[in-house]
Each structure stands twice: as structure tokens, then as C-alpha cells.
Design a protein around this ligand. Structure first.
Ligand code: SF4
Length: 67
């Protein structure tokens, strides 16, 4: 994704079973490479991870006012 990924936007590299298609390859973005799995972010199951990530995205979202 040459222009980055918006909050809530699905990464184009995610497979249907939520695996990174470029894991371990040099083209994987540095921000992904730098991330280490963390219990507070990832929880213990896929469901917990998605709930936590959705919460984090909403909690840090920037809402623009239309005038
Ligand atoms: S690790 Fe990065 S490149 Fe891979 S699927 Fe996740 S967001 Fe996309």
C-alpha cells in the first residue's frame, strides 16, 4: 500500500485467513516489522485481537468537522 493504510482499512496483504502474504519478505513495511505481539494488543484469541484493535482505532481516530 504505497500511500499507507487508513484506520479501519484492510491491508491488501492480508489473506482471507488473516495471514500476512509478505511475512518474512523484504517488502514488508518497517512499521509491521517493528511490531511485536503484545498480550494487551493481541489478547489470547483472534476475536480478542479484533475487538482490541477496533477499540484502539476508534479511541485514536481523528474526527474532522465539516463546515
Ligand atoms: S503485517 Fe503489515 S503488511 Fe502484513 S498484513 Fe499486517 S499490516 Fe499488512
Amino acid at each position: 500500500m504505497p500511500n499507507g493504510k487508513l484506520a479501519g482499512e484492510r491491508c491488501v496483504q492480508l489473506s482471507p485467513d488473516n495471514r500476512c502474504r509478505i511475512f518474512g519478505l523484504p517488502e514488508r513495511p518497517a512499521v509491521c516489522l517493528a511490531f511485536s505481539a503484545d498480550l494487551e494488543v493481541c489478547g489470547e484469541t483472534n476475536e480478542q485481537a479484533l475487538q482490541q484493535l477496533n477499540w484502539l482505532e476508534q479511541a485514536t481516530a481523528i474526527f474532522l468537522k465539516s463546515s
